[in-house]
Design a binder for this molecule. Sequence first.
Ligand SMILES: Cc1cc2nc3c(=O)[nH]c(=O)nc-3n(C[C@H](O)[C@H](O)[C@H](O)COP(=O)(O)O)c2cc1C
Length: 259
Amino acid sequence: MRKARSAQIARLLSQTLSYLTILILLLAALLITEAPAPAKEPVKEGAIPVGEAGLKAAGVGEIVLPEPDTTGPLSLETLISKRRSVREYSDRPVLLSELSQLLWAAQGITGENGFKRAAPSAGAKYPIELFVLAGNVDGLRPGIYRYVPSTHTLVTVKREDARGTLCAEALSQECVEAAPLDIVITGVYERTMEKYGERGVRYVHIEVGAVAENIYLQAESLGLGTVFVGAFSDEGVRSLLGAKEEVAPLGIMPVGVKR
Ligand SMILES: Cc1cc2nc3c(=O)[nH]c(=O)nc-3n(C[C@H](O)[C@H](O)[C@H](O)COP(=O)(O)O)c2cc1C
């Protein structure tokens, strides 16, 4: 009688253990499937997809730019006093190292944590995107490129010399076609408006001014000339860049060696 009872208890215990094991296994399976997906890599500054250009896979048609120089031969005061808008250029091509320097001065990463840039930005939202229309750049095939600050690289948008078309979209201002390259400054208003609402529009325009002045001064330092061109067809330039509607062209800066 006692034996039978002990056997019954043992059976009950083993059954309970089995149920417990099944329950633990079920709970574990549930936890695994419910576990949050690993956090996505934060979008790198400057690597934010923009229009069609942003859809290009990383590494495809990507050009690594030479390291920028953080020292220069002339004082800031000299550069400010010498700076003038230049609309005529020599036939000498612009070097890739010079283009690299200009883009770094405009939007290059200068913060030690790889985030902050050469030009100030309201709320560090960085709404400015730069495009380069290269025609006569030593070491770079003619084409349209987008600058990626985080990697200091150019991403190919189109492989064609588009300076003539850009010139036509800019009221046929000759300097746009004559320059070895044009930098098109664009802004994505939403990035700044998300934080500042309507006032964000003003902030983006102010930032264009800061970027443009950096390009002017860097060009001066390199013996190059540039001019800020504000007269152009917004839609014509945007479509030439193959960019989405959110990308607003806000300035064109032809660059070349001063004649
Ligand atoms: C917002 C803005 C728009 C401009 N648009 C043009 C333009 O479409 N074409 C042009 O040749 N110069 C343009 N400029 C350059 C001015 O004509 C030039 O800065 C002005 O004559 C002063 O000369 P400086 O830059 O040599 O000091 C523009 C300048 C600014 C600030």
